[in-house]
Write a protein that binds this ligand. Structure first.
Ligand code: GCV
Length: 861
């Protein structure tokens, strides 16, 4: 198939489906993200220099279009092995022509695309003077850049460019990322190393990575970045810091990314030395004005402020009896003359709620506080709202405040960094979750009002609006820690640009650009991505109960009851009789009444309540029967087992890519998926055992609490190891483990009493954040496996965060064999063990030979 040919008088680039060329030995760190511009391989490339224009002319040489020109040259060079010639004027030959509307009008009037809004673009091939001009026309400079990235993405995904007639506009003006970077260089809920912006209390000397980040952001249409934590340091407004921020803004500017910062409302007091931070106090106002002036003096395109106030210990206007509108408007008025905006987060709630008060409900907070203020905000204030009323859980209903602000601009806050969704250790593609929120129809005023249409500003005719993604990239080479997490950053940008895009389309684009156009690679990676949220929900927290993680610490592994009996309000109120929060109007907290009537009616009644959110809204008996016919308890068991099985399948699926992508990323993802499949079992067992002991109802399939293939470490013959209780108990099999303390090394030994055969031998151990214990496994006297527990998991003790599995595949066991584990502690990590699992397998070789004899197997070894 030719990828380049003449067609109907037009030159066109038909980039054919790439041959499945095996890739071997070519290492990639992931630093390029989806901008790899991998070579488009095809044997029929002989005519390419006839069809592809050889030159590019840029009609506006200001910084943003210049980036577009450079990017086009870079992308074409890398993908097609051709260097475009840069011309100053329209050449007498085919050329790429880049410019804004007025420039195109002057140079190539035939090419004008009609009215283009700011940031929009149009792509077309225009024939004039006997030549073909590939025109990238922007509504403004950013539009030229976005159009160029789109064209390059089309090439990179091997789309047929024959009819290059594409016109796109962003859904909304605000398409920002927030970074939760602290000025000491750490990142709150960041899982990919230290900050690219800050170090040691200041902007870091070398900010080159920030420019690379801005390029990635711009490539998917993101136009703003808030560089510091919403739990903001007042020092963000010091003169030295503003100087540093100006350096970052210089890196952002060529990519059309505006810099903004989060501010602490008590800064006038803590930094300015005033006795108050009352937002209506004239001295306070004057102090803020001086800071805003200083910022715009150095950063003329400064984007504005993000404010977290009266939330989780952050100071706020309530201290002076003022409202969020008082505080927001005071700042917004100063930003307005410069085109700056003020994003005020609706994440305002009391984290000292009374657990014994059955009417108390954290979910109510945003609506209770912000709905009465509707219409009282300046028009450059945007209320920034997390998709659900709690906190980025694996599933939540959409926040009712989206429909509760008719006269106030709104932005949806999505969390790219996977705080509650596996961090940098589990593959979880979040686009389907976000799509469910964006597509949800709140039926305000009895008409269709999807969340997407609200934040786009269309539903209620808001002046502004948009999308904010908490990204938290770090200095690690691959930005997000887990290579597959980059799909979430990509997807956030693509959805913010166009929320109508499907999850499948986004997954496919990302996979092709990031890994390969090889159909085997694309379908395998897409399959994993598109099933991953469902799998994760399955093994962590189904039926809308929330992510059953340790909410008081890392928010990572299972820590189920940490959510109950405290002031944080992430309760699910489980007891022996039942489970779930009663948020009904009739008998519960009344939260459901905050939704528009049609939605409220659907949620209020059990008859119309969707199973997927049942426990978020209703308290029901464990044996309550779902619409799907299963009881709550049995569904809980089934979902957790199914989720863990899906996670194991991801690992198997990924192995199909061996040799089809570069070794480095192949191995890195494989290791992560192996870990994830083990940790999914930890989750599964913790939640199922907890639910069983809470409800007293056994699994009707007999799985929960019965593990015939396990040998508990506490039941093994121990030398040096001592038995300890693990808390919470469900995070260790049998609620106990063993630790090697005060010894150079320890041993746990058992005799295998099962039938002779081939087995996968899983060793469940605990891997603390610090300390690199080593483990060696012996079959009789033969060393069959050794490893170091050097993963960076977020705890320093035995629990659901640190429980990990090492599987030794294909071990031939005979009845009477001795299995011995030797653990050598390191630092504070006492080589802790939980159990070993001996899972019978039938190897491919033996299947072929019709034998499962360990004797035969051992001979072959
Ligand atoms: C930046 C959750 C997170 C916090 C975060 C907060 C917020 O509670 O755990 O780390 O603080 O949300 O969004 O402000």
């Amino acid at each position: 198939m030719a990828w380049l040919r003449r067609c109907g008088g037009f030159f066109m680039l038909c980039i054919a489906v790439m041959l499945a060329v095996p890739v071997t030995g070519h290492a990639e760190t992931g630093a390029a993200g989806w901008l790899r511009y991998a070579a488009i391989r095809n044997p029929e490339t002989l005519r390419r220099d006839q069809a592809l224009p050889a030159g590019v002319v840029l009609l506006d040489r200001s910084p943003v279009p210049l980036s577009a020109e450079q990017e086009l040259v870079r992308g074409v060079r890398s993908m097609l092995d051709r260097t475009l010639r840069i011309d100053d004027t329209l050449p007498e030959e085919d050329a790429f022509v880049l410019g804004t509307a007025s420039e195109i009008e002057g140079a190539l009037p035939q090419a004008r695309a009609g009215t283009l809004q700011p940031e929009s673009f149009s792509l077309s091939v225009v024939h004039a003077h006997g030549h073909a001009y590939w025109v990238i026309e922007g509504g403004d400079a950013r539009g030229v850049l976005y159009g160029t990235f789109r064209l390059l993405a089309k090439m990179g995904t091997e789309q047929d460019l024959a009819m290059l007639h594409d016109s796109e506009s962003p859904s909304a003006p605000i398409r920002w990322v927030n970074q939760w970077d602290n000025i000491d260089g750490s990142i709150e809920r960041g899982y990919a190393g230290r900050s690219i912006f800050f170090d040691n209390g200041a902007v870091r000397e070398d900010v080159s990575r920030t420019g690379e980040y801005a390029r990635l952001l711009a490539s998917v249409g993101i136009d703003g970045c808030t560089v510091n934590n919403v739990n903001a340091s007042p020092k963000m407004l010091s003169p030295e810091m503003i100087g540093g921020l100006a350096r970052i803004a210089d890196e952002f500017r060529p990519w059309g990314v505006r810099l903004s910062i989060s501010v602490a409302l008590n800064s006038p007091q803590t930094l300015g030395g005033l006795s108050t931070f009352d937002p209506l106090n004239p001295q306070v106002i004057a102090w803020w004005q001086s800071r805003v002036d200083a910022l715009y003096a150095q950063i003329p395109d400064f984007g504005g402020f993000v404010v977290k106030a009266d939330s989780e210990g952050q100071p706020g206007p309530s201290q002076y009896g003022r409202t969020p509108a008082d505080a927001a408007n005071m700042l917004a008025r100063m930003l307005k003359p410069h085109g700056g905006i003020l994003l005020y987060r609706a994440f305002v709630y009391n984290h000292h709620l009374d657990w014994n008060d059955m009417k108390a409900d954290r979910a109510r907070a945003a609506y209770d506080i912000f709905h009465p203020l509707d219409g009282k905000f300046e028009d450059n204030v945007v209320v920034q709202i997390k998709y659900g009323p709690i906190d980025f859980q694996v599933r939540e209903p959409v926040s009712p405040i989206f429909a509760g602000l008719r006269k106030t601009s709104e932005a949806i806050e999505l969390q790219v960094t996977q705080e509650y969704t596996g961090q940098a250790h589990h593959a979880v593609f979040l686009i389907p979750l976000w799509k469910e929120s964006l597509d949800f129809d709140l039926h305000a005023d009895n008409r269709s009002t999807t969340v997407a249409s609200i934040v786009e500003g269309k539903a209620f005719h808001h002046a502004l609006g948009g999308f904010v993604g908490v990204a938290n990239v770090g200095l690690d080479a691959n930005w997000m820690g887990h290579p597959l997490s980059m799909a979430n950053l990509y997807g956030f940008g693509r959805l913010a640009w166009n929320p109508e895009l499907t999850s499948a389309a986004i997954a496919e684009e990302w996979t092709r650009l990031t890994f390969s156009n090889n159909p085997e690679v694309a379908s395998t990676v897409d399959g994993i991505l598109l099933h991953s949220w469902h799998a994760y929900e399955g093994y962590t927290g189904s039926l809308g109960i929330g992510t059953l993680t340790d909410i008081l610490h890392a928010h990572y592994g299972p820590g189920i009851e940490s959510a109950e009996r405290n002031g944080w309000g992430q309760w699910f109120r489980a007891d022996h009789q039942g489970v779930g929060m009663d948020r009904t109007v009739a008998t519960g907290t009344g939260y459901i009444g905050q939704y528009p009537p049609e939605v409220a009616k659907r949620y209020e009644s059990l008859a119309t309540m969707p199973d997927s959110l049942l426990l978020f809204f209703h308290h029901v008996p464990w044996n309550y029967r779902l619409h799907n016919g299963q009881t709550v308890i049995q569904y809980t068991y089934n979902a957790h087992y199914a989720g863990a099985e899906e996670a194991a399948q991801f690992m198997t699926d990924w192995k199909r890519l061996d040799g089809l992508i570069d070794d480095e990323r192949y191995q890195k993802v494989l290791d992560l998926l192996i870990y994830q499949s083990g940790h999914a079992v930890v989750w599964r067992d913790a939640v199922c055992n907890w639910a069983k002991s809470m409800s007293g109802i056994p699994d009707d399939r007999g799985r929960v609490g019965h593990y015939p293939d396990r040998i508990e470490a506490e039941n093994m013959k121990l030398t040096g190891y001592t038995v300890v209780d693990v808390t919470p108990p469900e995070t260790a099999s049998g609620a106990k483990g063993v630790v090697c303390e005060g010894q150079a090394s320890c041993m746990a030994e058992t005799v295998f009493h099962g039938a002779s055969g081939w087995y996968d031998l899983g060793v469940e151990y605990f891997d603390y954040r610090s300390g690199d214990s080593t483990f060696r496994v012996f079959l009789n006297q033969q060393l069959i496996g050794e490893w170091t527990a050097d993963n960076t998991l977020p705890a320093e003790r035995m629990n659901g965060d640190t429980s990990s599995r090492k599987t030794l595949d294909g071990i031939p066991l005979r009845t009477g064999d001795t299995i011995r584990i030797e653990g050598t502690p390191d630092g504070n990590e006492p080589a802790p063990l939980d159990y070993i699992a001996v899972d019978r397998i039938v190897s491919r070789t033996d299947k072929a030979a019709g034998s499962n004899s360990p004797d035969a197997a051992q001979t072959k070894h």
